[in-house]
Ligand binder design. Structure first.
Ligand code: PMP
Ligand code: GLU
Length: 397
């Protein structure tokens, strides 16, 4: 029998970030030493006090289902954390999810009907497009790459795109993959458009704790935004908890009511003991977060300097742990014999880099911006330096 798959699934591609890190893992299993700069996953262990809280929770028997939207202690800790960012939410306005990805998925499913318009700012993290498509959305995209990944110079273009029939706009600051942290003036521009055209905004703030000398502003704090913003956050990046799968959405109670139905019928709840570990992450010492942030900043500085030594100017990221390397340049490995323009070229660069230099990166086209490769610098300085040496030796810089 040939199964007849649903259009909504057939129209999306697998996650490019995860696919490339799987490829890197396959090569490593064959004995190849790969410098894996593909997936965005902190290379630090989860802070010890968080692990201990998870272990204690298991010992204490926290192994059952929890209330679907999360344990009260965690929802309270989340509300207090959000209040620290100037966001006013109550515990009834939170859903605790297995990862921020699930929070985003539920948000798209709850808000987007087939044919609704969803606006993305490119480069945009790979899963927004897939989630929008799975909800049946029509996508409109606004390019920030030509503006050094800044939003302010693209506000006019955004103004031409966002219209009364726009349903959802996705903002991710600090951004994966560009590392841009959008300025307050740019966010005010987003607010004006959202209010004028009655648009809901998804503000994915999962990298909010990872900024370098600049302040991240939560969109929901802006006048007129509280009841039209869904704030997404999670524990994977700030607390190095990718494998624990813990995140949340915060939004108006009406959204929580609708998304909560999807949540209870799909995942039931996030894992019980993991939620207890989450309380420890939010309420415990934040020294480990600061240490990781400083390490990421040192790595960013090193990468920017090393690329400059090779004559390559990279837009300096102010947050997250990614950097967009322009690959649409002359280099020995890409002497015109492969790739073409745009998408094909960055795909060819990334394929060559992993096959010949054994350095794994993600093509910019996966994020809607061909001509770049995304490097994750959630890797040690030694590995990053080795990665650059290998790329240079193989003619990719
Ligand atoms: N949003 C962005 C921008 C991300 O980079 C990620 C990384 N996976 C997520 C959401 C989801 O993170 P998680 O599901 O691990 O919480
Ligand atoms: N968000 C990370 C990345 O972009 C993890 C992989 C994923 O969830 O797509 O690499």
């Amino acid at each position: 029998m040939t199964m007849d798959f649903a259009d909504r699934v057939e129209r999306v591609a697998p996650s490019a970030t995860l696919a490339i890190s799987d490829l890197a893992a396959d090569l490593e299993a064959e004995g190849v030493d790969v410098v894996d700069l593909s997936v965005g996953e902190p290379d630090f262990p989860t802070p010890a006090h968080v692990v201990e809280a998870g272990r204690d929770a298991l010992d204490a028997g926290h192994t059952t289902y929890t209330p679907s939207n999360g344990i009260p202690e965690l929802k309270t800790a989340i509300v207090e954390t959000l209040a620290g960012n100037g966001l006013e939410y109550t515990t009834d306005e939170i859903i605790v999810t297995p990862g921020a990805k699930q929070a985003l998925y539920e948000t798209f499913q709850a808000l987007v009907d087939p044919g609704d318009e969803v606006v993305l700012l490119d480069p945009a993290w790979v899963s927004y497009e897939a989630m929008a498509k799975m909800a049946g959305a029509d996508l409109a995209r606004v390019d920030l790459a030509r503006q050094d990944f800044r939003l302010e110079p693209a506000l006019d273009a955004l103004g031409e795109t966002v219209a009364d029939d726009t349903d959802l706009l996705v903002v991710n600051s600090p951004s994966n993959p560009s590392g841009a942290v959008f300025a307050d003036a740019a966010l005010a521009g987003v607010r004006d458009l959202a209010v004028d055209h009655d648009v809901t905004v998804v503000s994915d703030e999962i990298y909010e704790a990872i900024t370098y000398g600049v302040e991240q502003t939560s969109l929901g704090t802006l006048d007129g935004m509280a009841d039209r913003t869904v704030t997404i956050n999670g524990f994977s990046k700030a607390y190095a908890m990718t494998g624990w799968r813990l995140g949340y959405l915060a939004g108006p109670a009406s959204l929580v009511e609708q998304a909560g139905k999807l949540h209870s019928h799909s995942v039931s709840c996030a894992a019980n003991f993991v939620q207890h570990a989450g309380v420890a992450a939010l309420e415990g010492p934040d020294g480990p977060v600061a240490e990781m942030r400083e390490a990421f900043r040192a790595r960013r500085d090193m990468l920017v300097d090393r690329f400059a030594e090779h004559g390559i100017d990279v837009p300096v990221p102010d947050g997250a742990f990614y950097l967009m390397l322009p690959v649409d340049r002359d280099c020995d490995a890409m002497d015109g014999s492969r790739g073409g323009d745009g998408e094909a070229l960055d795909q060819a660069w990334c394929e060559g880099a992993i096959e010949e230099a054994h350095v794994a990166t993600v093509p910019g086209s996966a994020f809607g911006t061909p001509g770049y490769a995304r490097l994750s610098y959630a890797a040690s300085e030694e590995r990053l330096a080795a990665g650059i040496d290998r790329l240079a030796d193989a003619g990719y810089l």
